[in-house]
Design a protein around this ligand. Structure first.
Ligand code: TXA
Ligand code: MG
Length: 341
């Protein structure tokens, strides 16, 4: 099995391999051999490696051009496995019982001698952990039997990949093996909740919303604005993220000449500034996140459609207003970052 996997690893172009029992084993063998693998999760595709192996983890940073000060999330199979790497407290235990497996990452104190590579934590004494819900990922974790460090499977600064093709396009030859399982269900990265401070703090909004968390916490707050290096809790907040290569204009009520349109809900009253209606726009310049104005559907489509519209023939992307409620908060946070130049 290892031989088969190593042969795959030597190919120069990214190999998109449909997930089957055999190819999941191949992916696990690659991880065990210290290689990196693109893997599916319910949120976005990840670029995984053995979290205990310094060399393997460094391959992730190189493949993504990721700055070494930006730590990685470690994916584990269950709460018990998480507890071998982090100090669980009562709040964490309550939350994991309710929300794992699922799109919630917890920041907790790293256990002494846990064996996690220092490159994963970027030298911090805390660790980000999550238990993914994706069936294929769960099988892979079972086969590989290791903590898997995995950031999103995109070149640093680009939108996260939510399909195998987008992971291949973004990482190119840097990702030799892509375990493919279709488009990700959630489409946005996990919610990150920091439990190491005085108050539970959402560092990145996601599909597990404030409303979901509130019943299980006495207090919870947000800390998601990009800020100075001294004050930053989640190093990812420092970086320009999820950014297409052309300008993104938010809360658009009409379309300017040359712009593409990313719509949400009905476009009946949406016009083009120089005349005409958005509904008559060329298919290459128009995507609707959800005609039914369904926020979950919009989250699933967001990165995929931003990538579709990110074409040099467009002078920018006009994005219609997204309600600031539920997962809409996470969508707006990603769009806000995408719009910063
Ligand atoms: O849904 C997800 O979370 C996906 C899938 C693959 O699981 N992963 C993902 O990883 O989005 P990444 O590396 O793209 O984003 C992880 C974020 C970064 O902004 C990083 O700074 C933050 O988590 N992070 C990691 N460890 C941290 C820590 N100890 N303290 C604070 N923030 C941390
Ligand atoms: Mg990322």
């Amino acid at each position: 099995m290892l031989y088969r996997a190593c042969k795959i690893e030597r190919s120069a172009m990214p190999r998109i391999v449909t997930a089957t029992k055999d190819t999941i084993r191949d992916a696990a063998a690659l991880l065990k051999a210290g290689e990196i693998v693109v893997l599916p999760t319910e949120t976005v595709y990840g670029l995984g490696a053995d979290a205990r192996d310094d060399d393997a983890v460094l391959k992730i940073f190189r493949a993504k051009n990721r700055p070494n000060f930006n730590p990685l999330i470690v994916h584990v199979s269950n709460k018990q496995q998480a507890a071998t790497y982090v100090e669980m407290n009562e709040v964490a235990s309550r939350l994991t019982d309710k929300f794992w497996p699922g799109p919630l990452t917890l920041i907790l104190p790293l256990k002494n001698g846990a064996g996690i590579s220092q490159h994963v934590t970027a030298g911090l004494n805390t660790l980000a952990v999550r238990v993914p819900a994706h069936k294929i990922m769960r099988q892979l974790m079972f086969e590989a039997d290791m903590p898997i460090a995995a950031p999103s499977a995109n070149n640093s600064g680009e939108p996260s990949a939510t399909t195998p093709a987008h992971a291949a396009k973004s990482l190119g030859e840097a990702a030799p093996f892509i375990l493919a399982a279709g488009a990700c269900d959630v489409g946005l990265e996990s919610t990150i909740l920091d439990l190491t401070g005085d108050m539970p703090t959402i560092l990145r909004p996601g599909a597990t919303t404030l409303e979901d968390l509130e019943p299980y916490l006495e207090n919870v707050t947000y800390d998601i604005a990009p800020k100075d290096k001294e004050k930053v809790k989640s190093p990812g907040q420092l970086l320009k993220h999820y950014a297409p290569s052309i300008p993104v204009r938010l809360n658009a009520v009409d379309v300017e000449e040359g712009e593409a349109l990313l719509a949400f809900g009905s476009i009946k009253f949406m016009g083009i500034k120089t005349g005409g209606h958005a509904k008559d726009m060329n298919i290459d310049s128009f995507r609707n996140l959800s005609e039914e104005a369904d926020l979950e559907a919009a989250a699933k489509n967001l990165f995929m459609m931003l990538r579709d519209l990110d074409q040099p023939n467009h002078k920018g992307i006009a994005v219609m207003n997204i309600p600031e409620a539920g997962i809409g908060i996470a969508i707006n946070e990603r769009l806000e970052r995408a719009s910063k130049s």
